[in-house]
Design a protein around this ligand. Structure first.
Ligand code: AP5
Ligand code: ZN
Length: 213
């Protein structure tokens, strides 16, 4: 399947992705993860992206479209993929459609992680990440066995630089202004499935499975 996950920061896209990936053997392409890796490695791309990311603004369409175009060439992405955090503007959605049309394919489903803004600050400020595996925890909703430590490796967990209440405000503003129109774009193509992303993770997983069955 070729899937897009759309939702505001903290809505659970990264939490559900590995489960969908395991079940459908897809490749998981998360532009945020790829950009953070580029920033950490100080590549030319990372240097260009860092300023916008730190402020909670979107990186330019050209940069992210380039990343996705390249990543989708991977052999593991030929039979299907999960796009997590892309497309985030209508321009990105149009470019994606063009890319897929050239390959003779299209998007099967867009999962809309619908949730109220009010819930997201607690989710974002409580998030802890194991940087090398991408495993995600939450100090209240999904705590690790030992606080601050990854369950599998015992290595330290980190918090994302943009996971502050302050930066979250800009990220939410970018979502409403630039990304919500993408949901309308796909609604017109009748491929959007609505999820109640405010429910507990397992219930959201069940909704995902229903939407994809
Ligand atoms: P990106 O990394 O995509 O961040 P985001 O969209 O803000 O989304 P998050 O990763 O914060 O949220 P999530 O939905 O994955 O939540 P999670 O599952 O971890 O983008 C970062 C930046 O990169 C952007 O600001 C931009 O600058 C740039 N960028 C990326 N893509 C771009 C693009 N296409 N164009 C331009 N710029 C781009 O969950 C959050 C927490 O809640 C976790 O702790 C989790 O344990 C917990 N949780 C999850 N589900 C539940 C639940 N059901 N109940 C209770 N707790 C839960
Ligand atoms: Zn994420």
């Amino acid at each position: 399947k070729r899937l897009i996950l759309i939702g505001p920061p903290g809505s659970g896209k990264g939490t559900q992705s590995p489960i969908i990936k395991d079940e459908y053997c897809l490749c998981h392409l998360a532009t945020g993860d790829m950009l953070r890796a580029a920033v950490a490695a100080k590549t030319p791309l990372g240097l260009k992206a860092k300023e916008a990311m730190d402020k909670g603004e979107l990186v330019s369409d050209d940069l992210v479209v380039g990343i996705i175009d390249e990543a989708m060439k991977k052999p593991s992405c030929q039979k299907g993929f999960i796009l997590d955090g892309f497309p985030r503007t209508v321009v990105q959605a149009q470019k994606l459609d063009e890319m897929l049309a050239k390959r003779g394919t299209k998007i099967d489903k867009v999962l809309n992680f619908a949730i109220d803004d009010a819930i997201l600050e607690e989710r974002i400020t409580g998030r802890w990440i194991h940087p090398t595996s991408g495993r995600t925890y939450h100090s209240k909703f999904a705590p690790p066995k030992v606080p601050g430590t990854d369950d599998v490796t015992g290595e330290p967990l980190i918090q994302r630089k943009d996971d502050t209440a302050e930066v979250l405000k800009s990220r939410l503003e970018a979502f409403h202004r630039q990304t919500e129109p993408v949901i309308d774009y796909y609604s017109k193509k009748r491929v959007v499935a609505q999820l109640h992303a405010d429910k507990p993770p397992k219930e959201v997983t069940a909704e995902v499975q229903k939407a994809l069955s």
